[in-house]
Design a protein around this ligand. Structure first.
Ligand SMILES: [Zn+2]
Ligand SMILES: [Zn+2]
Length: 423
């Protein structure tokens, strides 16, 4: 019932959005409270659910980029009425604009919560040959992961035998392009860094690949995290203590800026490159790979015939668990979630977690800071909470369309988020 409502809402929202600017602020992010914190903290424009057995995170996303690009529809008419459209810029001789345009493409990947390494896998030059479909360990061609902004991440190889930099199709300002009609990044792309620049402005002030304070691109279907040239906490890579394999991967705990341990002993790949080269510039015995994993490191069980070769699909490996709130459960920390749906009309839901009992105030403001309505102003017990706003002010009158802010305040916690009301 709830899922049906959600699907209907997503459908209606995307239709209503046809002529609205689609951005990180307006895309829908809907991550269940029991999904590992990593997804809650870093992902945007996705829906994430834990599967029935609890073994997978089902990550639903769309190929649509939340940015302006010359691949948005209607680019061939002089005055485009698509607000996400920008004029085409050539990348020079040999490059041309992909004739396809972006369409809505829904995907889901089932990422193991606790991935198990393939037995005895050693990634050396012989397993990373730069060609697709020459090893059972390889990711398949196509969508093998999700970038932080909900865009699909393709195999890092463009086409059998071709490396990305040899592609004649132009990449847009975010290093993305459509293949067929599926907009995607290859995992060398810097585009997803834009997410962090917006989501974590106090952490990331520079998103230039190779010199950002914190870089993360996304996650592959087997659970391999794709990093840039820093660790998750923003520190530089400790090359003295961790040796790299042939695809610039290694295993250690992944700890965030604030000390949160997101993953224990997780294999991840660093794309740490200063120039495109096939030389062994760092003297580690391998060519300096600037692309993301070609070989999947972890097993993805229960995939049937295709066995370990995970990828994006039209349905998850295992259905979502029913999203019931356990009344006895107490959250570990204060969390204010993104409202859903967003943008919304006629109403939206705001979920929040209270780890301890106490006074809670949730108030909606307009973007000029004027108070619109108090949604909650009372003492509450600890637990997983929720409040609905019907887009009316204190007098019960309907408000005008636009961006609004909502703030939660408790004795120990204060946070503000944005939401968009549309008509
Ligand atoms: Zn491509
Ligand atoms: Zn690392």
């Amino acid at each position: 019932m709830k899922l049906t409502t959600l699907i209907l809402t997503v459908f209606l929202t995307s239709n209503l959005l046809a002529q609205e600017m689609y951005t990180l602020e307006t895309c829908e992010t809907d991550i269940a409270y029991n999904v590992p914190q990593f997804y809650q903290d870093f992902f945007h424009c996705v829906k994430a659910r834990v599967s029935e057995s609890g073994d997978y995170v089902n990550l639903y996303f769309n190929a649509k980029p939340p940015y302006q690009t010359w691949y948005y529809d209607e680019r061939n008419i002089t005055s485009s009425d698509n607000p996400n459209w920008i004029p085409f810029e050539s990348f020079g001789p040999g490059s041309y604009q992909n004739p396809n345009v972006i369409v809505e493409q829904d995907y889901v990947i089932s990422i193991p919560v606790n991935p198990v390494p393939r037995s005895g896998i050693t990634i050396d030059a012989s397993t990373v040959d730069g060609e697709v479909n020459t090893s059972n360990y390889e990711y398949p061609m196509g969508t093998i992961g999700a970038a932080l902004n909900g865009v699909t991440m393709f195999n890092s190889l463009a086409a059998p035998g071709d490396v990305i930099e040899n592609e004649v199709l132009s990449f847009d300002l975010y290093n993305g392009h459509p293949a067929g009609e599926t907009y995607h990044y290859h995992t060398i792309s810097q585009g997803p860094l834009e997410v962090l620049q917006k989501k974590l402005p106090t952490v990331v002030t520079n998103s230039t690949p190779g010199s950002a304070e914190l870089e993360i691109y996304g996650i592959n279907c087997d659970g391999v995290v794709i990093m840039g040239c820093t660790e998750l906490n923003g520190s530089s890579i400790d090359t003295a203590n961790y040796s790299f394999d042939a695809q610039n991967g290694h295993v250690h705990d992944m700890i965030g800026e604030d000390g949160t341990e997101y993953f224990t002993d997780r294999y991840h790949t660093h794309m740490c490159y200063t120039e495109i080269t096939d030389e062994d510039t760092d003297g580690d015995g391998y060519a300096q790979h600037e692309f993301s994993p070609e070989i999947s490191y972890y097993k993805t069980p229960n995939l049937g015939v295709s066995n370990d070769r995970c990828g994006a699909m039209s349905s998850p490996i295992e259905p979502d668990a029913v999203l019931g709130l356990d009344i006895d459960a107490i959250p570990n920390s204060f969390v204010l979630y993104n409202n859903y749906p967003n943008p919304f009309n006629p109403e939206t839901v705001i979920d929040y977690d209270l780890p301890e009992s106490g006074f809670v105030n949730i108030t909606v403001y307009d973007i000029n800071g004027r108070k619109i309505k108090e949604l909650t102003n009372s003492s509450q017990s600890a637990g997983f909470k929720s409040v609905t706003w019907d887009a009316t002010n204190m007098m019960g009158q309907p408000i005008s369309a636009g961006m609004y802010l909502y703030t939660i305040q408790t004795d120990n916690f204060l946070e503000t988020k944005k939401m968009m009301y549309i008509k």
